[in-house]
Design a binder for this molecule. Structure first.
Ligand SMILES: Nc1ncnc2c1ncn2[C@@H]1O[C@H](COP(=O)(O)OP(=O)(O)O)[C@@H](O)[C@H]1O
Ligand code: SF4
Ligand SMILES: [Mg+2]
Length: 373
């Protein structure tokens, strides 16, 4: 029944071409209208939350999506899981255009794409037992596993490292990390092919984060589930994702294989993000210590993003051209296949920041001077 989702043409093509991507996003746009005016409210503008995004996730792969708060990561996740309707562009899942699919059309694939949310406190119904929370999706989708749902729930609890005997407990009886494990078990209940994990560890204590990341990694590898792993810094996805995309104000500004992004970043923004990553293992021949680049100023409003390159108001390399011409996301000379960068004046492919590139936030400079550092 599920095989029907693969179009015959795609199945034939699969014989001699590389496997079709699980998920393909092309030119994805989401603009939220801004209302204003009196007495009649009219649309006076739009929050350009996601503005022309391309990405591809293959079966079983972990794809990391990284960027500062407000750059459009959650919106992207909600568009892909179709909790939101896109303004433009296409979302193709297993060869099928689901960009504007109705609830009914989505029903057969609903179970295959699951989401894990950032906040393990608000994402679980406090009045339901753990058993009910995890078996809920099975019930809704009419799935009756062998041996019954309760048995399956107990198995899932075990997979995520919880005591199967805690079947009848309520969310408040668990810690944050345990609650996130319940969220993982719920996502696994329908045997998904793709999990969109939206900052799944950001709300947890640092000491717990690694445990949950390890669990997700185990799930990804052992069950062969593809992940779109959303994070606000590069540290978390470094250990998790084979490919990484960096977002800024609704656009991907750099994407590539993990090693390529971490050892040969070309976009100034990626450099800045990497310089903020606390633990960095340097390979031989690299500078022993990374200089810290601090980004001056705030992220501009997505209602009126800067012309040309959106990063230009915070970029230490910006020139006139950056204001008039939007840099395309392309492969630069010297970069590996699949490593794309959107910048007119890219950095050298190294991880060391040059002294002249370091822009200190005025407030931080003052603070450091005060402290005599
Ligand atoms: N439902 C909504 N209505 C209006 N604006 C929204 C809505 N959801 C998100 N936004 C705006 O879209 C931008 C991107 O938000 P979001 O996708 O949550 O970013 P991130 O997850 O990267 O922090 C932000 O400016 C946010 O305020
Ligand atoms: S295009 Fe210009 S402003 Fe944008 S990142 Fe490159 S140098 Fe900076
Ligand atoms: Mg978010």
């Amino acid at each position: 029944m599920k095989e029907d989702l693969v179009l015959p043409a795609a199945r034939e093509a699969a014989a001699d071409t590389p496997p079709e991507p699980l998920l393909e996003v092309s030119g994805l746009v989401k603009h939220f209208p801004v209302k204003g005016g009196f007495p009649i409210k009219r649309t006076v503008g739009a929050v350009q939350a996601v503005d022309g995004l391309d990405l591809t996730v293959h079966a079983g792969e972990s794809f990391g999506l990284v960027g500062e708060s407000g750059c459009g990561k959650s919106t992207t996740g909600r568009l892909i899981t179709r909790l939101l309707e896109p303004t433009g562009g296409t979302i193709t899942y297993r060869g099928r255009d689901i960009s504007h699919a109705t609830r009914k059309q989505l029903a057969p694939i609903r179970s295959e794409i699951q989401m894990i949310f950032q906040d393990p406190y608000s994402s679980l119904n406090p009045r339901q037992t753990v058993g009910k929370i995890i078996s809920g999706p099975m019930e809704i989708n009419g799935i009756d596993p062998e041996g019954g749902r309760e048995k399956r729930v107990r198995e899932l609890l075990e997979i995520v490292g919880l005591n199967p005997e805690h079947y009848n407990r309520f969310p408040h009886e668990f810690s944050g990390g345990q609650r996130q494990r319940i969220g993982v078990a719920r996502a696994l209940a329908l045997e998904p092919k793709l999990i969109v994990a939206d900052e799944p560890v950001s709300a947890l204590d640092v000491s717990i984060q690694a445990q949950v990341v390890n669990l997700l990694q185990k799930v990804q590898k052992e069950l062969g589930i593809a992940f779109l792993f959303i994070a606000h810094d590069l540290a978390v996805v470094r250990h998790f994702s084979q490919r990484v995309a960096v977002m800024y104000l609704g656009k991907i500004i750099e994407v590539g294989d993990r090693d390529s992004i971490y050892t040969r970043p070309r976009h100034p923004y990626t450099h800045a993000l990497l310089s903020a990553v606390p633990e960095v293992t340097l390979t031989e021949g690299e500078a022993p210590r990374r200089e810290r680049i601090r980004l001056a100023g705030d992220v501009p409003s997505p209602i009126s993003p800067p012309s040309g390159c959106r990063f230009r108001t915070r970029c230490w390399k910006a020139q006139d051209r950056c204001a008039t011409e939007e840099p395309p996301l392309v492969r630069l000379a010297g970069n590996r296949d699949g490593h794309l960068t959107a910048c007119h004046f890219p950095e050298e492919p190294t991880t060391g920041a040059r002294a002249e590139d370091i822009v200190l936030d005025p407030a931080l400079t003052a603070l450091e001077e005060e402290q005599g550092g």
